[in-house]
Design a protein around this ligand. Sequence first.
Ligand SMILES: Cc1cc2nc3c(=O)[nH]c(=O)nc-3n(C[C@H](O)[C@H](O)[C@H](O)COP(=O)(O)OP(=O)(O)OC[C@H]3O[C@@H](n4cnc5c(N)ncnc54)[C@H](O)[C@@H]3O)c2cc1C
Length: 410
Amino acid sequence: MHTANIYDVVISGAGMAGSALAHALSGSGLKVALLDAGGARADARASFDDRAIALAWNSRKVLESLGLWQHLQAEAEPIKQVHISDRGHFGFARLHHQDVACEALGYVVPARVLGTVLHTGLSALDGIDLIAAAELSGFQRIDGLIQLHIKTAEQAMSLQTRLLLAADGDRSLIREQGGFRLRDWHYDQAAVVCNVQTALPHQQIAYERFAGKGPLAMLPMSQNRSAMVWTVPQTSVADVLQMNDSDFIQASQKRFGFRLGRFQRVGQRHSYPLSMRVVEKPAQAGIILLGNAAHTLHPVAGQGFNLGLRDVAAVHELLLQHGSGDAAIGAESMMQAYLQQRQLDLQLTGVATDMLVRLFTNPLSPLKMARNGALLALDLIPGLRSGVARAGMGLLGRSSLLSRGMRHEI
Ligand SMILES: Cc1cc2nc3c(=O)[nH]c(=O)nc-3n(C[C@H](O)[C@H](O)[C@H](O)COP(=O)(O)OP(=O)(O)OC[C@H]3O[C@@H](n4cnc5c(N)ncnc54)[C@H](O)[C@@H]3O)c2cc1C
């Protein structure tokens, strides 16, 4: 057993949220450890796979402040327009980047590329001790500190920290052992994702097509490919994955239609079970949950990581205000301040995403009429359009220091 080291902050989990947070806290003067059960390489982590991630405009600003955007830019396809429609019905809506006077509503990047950028240089970050292939197996509170028990292939070790930041994903051990209350919904759906080569250029339009049993999104990617995210009932996933390419093209084209011409080629398919989990109070007794540990959303609105980056920005700001070695790090006042900053955004984004899924998968005729009316209204009313676009861009509410380009100043 090693002697215990005392850190200001330990981040458990170096996925998208945890590694972004490590970049944010480097050079802050805080003594930080970042540990992850996976290896040192990004491709050892499950979420840096073939999925495409839609980054909201606000996330671009945060990544710019962290000095990471410049490395992502070449692979980031701008979303200039979002087109939302309901298959077989009259209503549709379009959100334009001009509605909000920004060069794009957001960007699409491959998760793998995002992972490489987040992980490059992680081990050399100023003030961050990276402990890779190290799994947190438990923790306990001792004299105002949190003692962590960690297992590596060679040894067991323990660390102490004033503040434990749980970025350990949707099956968070910290959430479970910390007794955080969770609200969860199951949709009995899965997302089937793959890349698609289409006959017509996507013109930087992201399509969200609601079709009977689940939405089908096509996100614009570089080299004129689109990333398909098709939500199917859990009972059909195996069939959809096993179809040969030509049957899959036919079935998905039937759902989506021909706005992008014929689907010519599809890449490898992967599936993800979908549910929604939101922790009621993500900060208590020296622990803050962030990213998927605090909220797992249906990917219909592409908000999961964007919401996680807003958690990261809030934690960064609170820690900057409290400073290194300050007794207030991890104190109740800090927990309350975090909740005050984050709870409304977390609840609103969770509820809005859930409503979207339920509204557009409900077969009742009055609801179909109502949602088509809503889409038409959205298309026709500029104020409503810009409001919805700003929500999707992560621009509602208070803007963080990181989204304003301020990394080390208050
Ligand atoms: C199909 C699909 C499409 C999506 N599309 C979008 C999108 O367009 N836009 C968007 O914003 N979001 C999207 N998301 C959501 C996004 O992928 C997640 O929000 C994001 O991956 C969560 O990152 P995280 O760091 O919180 O968790 P993870 O990436 O899961 O990272 C958790 C990390 O914790 C580590 N870990 C776990 N347990 C331990 C332990 N006990 N000890 C040490 N380490 C541990 C793991 O090794 C892992 O590295 C999508 C999700 C899916 C499934």
